[in-house]
Design a protein around this ligand. Structure first.
Ligand code: AHM
Ligand code: MG
Length: 337
């Protein structure tokens, strides 16, 4: 590491000491999450050579088949964050119930939520996957932590981020003061600062949606995509490009890096479900990152970060990214009401 390189640890200490953006306990919590992500990154890199590919032979609360790496990533995050003394409880996509910090460890003031391995359908095909996380403050005066304490609107997140396991391992983080990117220098084993003050371009010519579901979408989403597809000859007057990795972390990373709009909307196949993606540990952390980078994140007419959660694993419709596009989608949803 050169003298000018800023490690995640150093950057976090500066956020605490110089800018007063975070208390020491939150700094240590983020370091612990980053440490877990490094371990997950190593496991993902080893893949089949370590015999950790394929199904774990179990299902999670969402009825999805768990992969061995889903289980490993979940265990790594639980273990790494249990003993530090910064957390009161954790919630995971892979766990039906919350994981309360055992009495043998000191209890902290934060709640951690995560999707340990997002995009797990891409594990076998060696395509970017990642970990998504969100941190909330536990309300004062709580003696027994329960799932209800996690049911806070996303705007109350004190930190959020994700780590991608792809050609590079990148950690993208917000503490509510902009978005910062760190890249894992594997020769040193540490995350180093690679971009500060990330901004999403307001305009874009790129959308990201699973087009195979087109016939199931609500009219405002169909209208929006139809107009994009008409390109220069249609009302938008410009040609659009399309990308769909199938890992939210990778698709949102692209949107943060060069602009674009990412959608996983409600659809008719399961009308009682708001969408496919989970609010607390997928939609909310990504929405905070996108807003902190100057973009927008809506669930139709409502801002994702304003949704009052009612259950731990609830779903949300997601439309996020470049503000011009998300504002247009919001307008089409309003007009359809
Ligand atoms: P996962 O958390 O079980 O991996 O599921 C969420 C993933 C997202 O990463 C991705 O955007 C979406 O599911 C892809 O869904 P689909 O296969 O319907 O295109
Ligand atoms: Mg996921």
């Amino acid at each position: 590491m050169s003298d000018t390189t800023i490690s995640l640890s150093r950057w976090l200490i500066e956020q605490e000491r110089t800018h007063g953006h975070i208390p020491g306990s939150l700094r240590l919590l983020i370091e612990q999450v980053a440490r877990a992500c490094k371990r997950i990154s190593h496991a993902v890199n080893k893949g089949a050579s370590a015999g950790i590919m394929g199904s774990a032979g179990s299902e999670n609360i969402q009825g999805e088949v768990q992969k061995k790496l889903d289980v490993i990533a979940n265990d790594v995050l639980l273990e790494a964050n249990e003993w530090g003394g910064h957390l009161a409880a954790m919630a995971s996509e892979e766990l039906e119930r919350i994981h309360v910090i055992p009495h043998r460890y000191p209890r902290g003031e934060y709640l951690l939520m995560f999707d340990p391995l997002d995009g797990s359908s891409n594990i076998e095909v060696n395509v970017t996957i990642g970990t998504i996380f969100s941190v909330l403050h536990l309300a004062d005066g709580v003696s027994e932590v329960g799932p209800e304490h996690f049911l806070q609107p996303g705007r109350q997140q004190v930190a959020a981020g994700y780590c991608t396991y792809g050609p590079q391992t990148t950690l993208v983080l917000t503490l509510g003061h902009g978005v910062t990117v760190f890249t894992l220098d594997s020769s040193q084993g540490s995350f180093v600062l690679t971009q500060e003050g990330l901004r999403i371009p307001e305009s874009t010519r790129e959308f990201s949606i699973n087009m195979s579901n087109l016939r199931h979408w609500a009219p405002p989403v169909q209208r929006y995509i139809d107009e994009c597809l008409q390109g220069k000859d249609g009302p938008r007057g410009k040609d659009f490009n399309m990308r769909w990795v199938g890992s939210m972390v990778a698709d949102v990373h692209r949107v943060l890096a060069r602009g674009g709009v990412f959608l996983y909307p409600w659809d008719r196949r399961e009308p009682d479900r708001a969408g496919k993606l989970r609010l607390l540990y997928e939609a909310n952390p990504m929405a905070l990152l996108v807003e902190q980078a100057g973009g927008m994140a809506m669930a139709g007419t409502e801002r994702i970060l304003d949704i009052q959660p009612t259950s731990l694993h609830q779903r949300a419709a997601v439309m996020l990214g470049s503000s011009e596009e998300v504002a247009l989608l919001q307008k089409y949803h309003q007009e359809a009401q």
